[in-house]
Each structure stands twice: as C-alpha cells, then as structure tokens.
Design a protein around this ligand. Sequence first.
Ligand code: EPU
Length: 437
Amino acid sequence: MDVFRLTGPSQLRGVVDIRGAKNSVLKLMAASLLAVGRTTISNVPAILDVRIMVELLVRLGCSVDYDAEAGVVSIDVPELVGIQADYELVRAMRASISVLGPLTARMRSAHVALPGGDAIGSRGLDMHQAGLEALGATVHLDHGYFVAEAPEGLQGTEISLQFPSVGATENLVMAATLAHGVTTISNAAKEPEIVDICSMLVEMGARIDGIGTPDITVTGVSELRPVDHRTVGDRIVAGTYAFGAALSGGDVTVRGVGLDLMPNIAIKLRDAGATVDPLDGIELGDGTLGAGFRVRGADRPKAIRVATMPFPGFPTDLQPFVIALNSVAEGTGLLSENLFEARWRFVQEIARLGAKVRIDGNHALISGVEGLSGAEVEASDIRAGAGLVMAGLRAVGITEVSGIDHIERGYENFVTNLRSLGADIERVEKRDILTFE
Ligand code: EPU
C-alpha cells in the first residue's frame, strides 16, 4: 500500500500544465461507440480512469491504442460491438455508465451493471432511465444490471430533466443522435464537458442545437462518422492547483485551461485575497497555443462563502479545496453543498489535521486556524484526496495521505507536479497491518 507523504508547510510556486478533463474524455471515449471506424482523441490525461475506460471498450470488442505519454487514444470501433459493461468495471469507475446511451442507440440493447454506492452520496440513475424510456426503450433490472432494449431503434421525444444532471444529459444526447426524429432536452446540464462532448458529436455528423444552454435539440441522423478530437482542458484539476496556490500563499501559473471555463472559481479566489490574472494565447506544454492563468495567494487567505451549483456556478468537485482554504483562513467561512448529499467524509479527515469544521445539514461552517498540524489521513474520493494533500501544504510536519488510488483516478503526475512546484512530497510504500504473509 503506497501513501503520499508530505512535509509542510510549503508554498506552491511555478508552472503546471493541465491536460484534458477526465469528465470529458471518458464520455468522448464512450461516444466513439456511435460510429464505426477509428476515432482518435488527443489531450488525454494519463490517469487510471482512462485505463479503465480503455479496458471497457476493449471488452466491448473495440481495438484501442493508448499512448499515455503523448496523451492520445485511438479507438477502432467494429460494426458489431458488445452490449455489456461488467460490474467489475462499473464498480471501479461509475463513468462506465456513459456507454448506456451509445449502446442503446447503436446496438439497440445495453446491459450496464448498476454502480454501487459512491463515497459522495446515492447518485441515482432515475433520470437516465426516464429519459431512455421516453425515447422508446424498455428498461428493467436484471441481476444487478440496468438493461435497456430498443429493438426498433429510439424515437425522438421531449425530455424535461428534474435537475441538470451531467451524466443524464450526456447519455440522453448521445442516445438521441441516432434516434428517429427530433429530441428536445430541457433543463439540460451546461458544463464545459457537455459542450465538449456535443462538439465532438457534431464533428461526427450529429445535428445538435442549443449546445451550452439548458435547451438542447437533437435531430436524429442514420449514422455518424469517426473523427479526431482534442479534449477540453480539466477545469477541476486547474482549480485544484489554483486553490493550492491561494491557500499556501504561493504563485502558480496554470497552462491549458482558461478562466472562461472557471468564472465562479476566479471570483472566489479573489474573495480569498488572491490575485488572479488571465493569460491568453500562451504556449502550452505540448507546444500548442492556448489559455491559462496565474494565481498569487495572500500570505494568509481570507475566509470565503461558497455554495456549489451546476455550471456556471461553483463546482461541487472543488468543495474540499474551499474547506481546506477556509481551514487556514482569517475569519469564518461557509460551504453549502447543493449537489451531493454525502460529501462530508473529507471533513472528518481534515479535522485530523486540526481544521475546525461544523456540519449542519448541507452546510459546513469553517473557523480558520493559524496553521494545521501534519497527521495520517485517508482519501475517500478523488477530490477529497487531493484536498487533503493541499491542506497538508499548510500543515506543520508530516501529513500522510492513504487511499491514493482515488487521487490517481483523476490527477496525472500529481506528485511530480507538486514537487516541481516546490512541495516536499513523495510516494512511499507502507505496510498494511491487515496484510499477513
Ligand atoms: N442524480 C439523480 N438521478 C440521476 C442522475 C443524477 O438523482 O438520474 C443526482 C445525483 O445523485 C447527484 C446529482 O443528481 O446528487 C448530480 O449528479 P450528476 O448526474 O450531475 O453527476 P454525475 O454525472 O454522476 C458528474 C461528474 C462528477 C461531478 C458531477 C457534478 C463524471 C464522471 N462525474 O457526475 O465528478 O461531481 O458531474 O458536476 O462526469 C469527480 O470528478 O470527482 C466527480 C465526482
């Protein structure tokens, strides 16, 4: 069992390159199933979740070339693909459910294991189910599998989502691209990753209007063609380093994601006393031109009040970093979580570093302290894990974060990047007392 061992305090200073968004690329890979032939996706981060999606596509019968260093994945999709996403894979990565829409649309049948409980709430599939049923599929549960069948193909329809669910919007848009007739989706999600997926679908020949708005219209076509597509930058990874700079009093230039993808994040960083400057038309790590920004943190951040909301609101995935920043800030901060009901396991862990957080329903009230003290803590999900590492930057002494496989699901080169930004962090092996020889 490996852990991340961090010796603090330290400040983040330097430049970090960010590649494509995990929450986009996994769905772009699923969308490739909609077209026979070779789809190539670039700006792919080298993370565990991409490997899991590669494995899923291979098991569905695709041949996949994945060059992690170059950040390129090429997927050869055959005429006939499998229809089953195994429990083993869905349990390892919930985003596996994004093959549901493409398989139902193209193969007219999908058997996708129900994801088990995630550490961040129940995360139902009711909107995915209701949407597919509205499109004419029959849906039932069979031995733990979500089974969708549409032997005659899907039929365009009107869908109104109760909540702008990211996953349901993506699955239903992908399904509707090959349906007969017109589908309208109202109260759709507007996240940059949704825009990226819709853009790739349009490049593939899909007819989609209202991309990036709550009202999406998809006019079905009979087939799509494979394409080459570059993944949008990861605004959550960018936000992670930005908060790391702000809470540690550092100075970090983030390349590969522009502030236009992070409107509310920049506002909150400035509220915390950081200086945030956009950098446009800069050379990125791979030599292409793109956007970025620079964050210079105050010596001690000021407490901020944040409510998580669907895009363009403040993203739920950055809430651990808000709590971490408020933990060492001047004053009392507030974080209201409006998307997931059980994202508080992080709070028990950061309390081990000396943070003072009180939970009341979906609100966390955080009283800033002068400094944290290093301790052993455990990551319960990707963002919680990265949040504990960032909090460790402000903790005196050694912070050891276990459960790092969660972090590696979503952050490429995390230790290497943090070391190049000046953090004293290493990955070390630790014997698990439950492992007997
Ligand atoms: N929901 C339902 N029924 C549904 C669908 C969603 O009740 O049919 C509820 C969920 O239980 C949850 C809320 O709606 O409370 C939001 O769910 P949503 O569908 O929007 O999220 P998701 O697609 O499951 C994606 C990201 C998450 C990110 C959320 C919100 C991926 C793979 N995951 O999840 O990212 O937090 O959108 O922005 O795209 C992460 O990267 O660490 C992560 C958890």
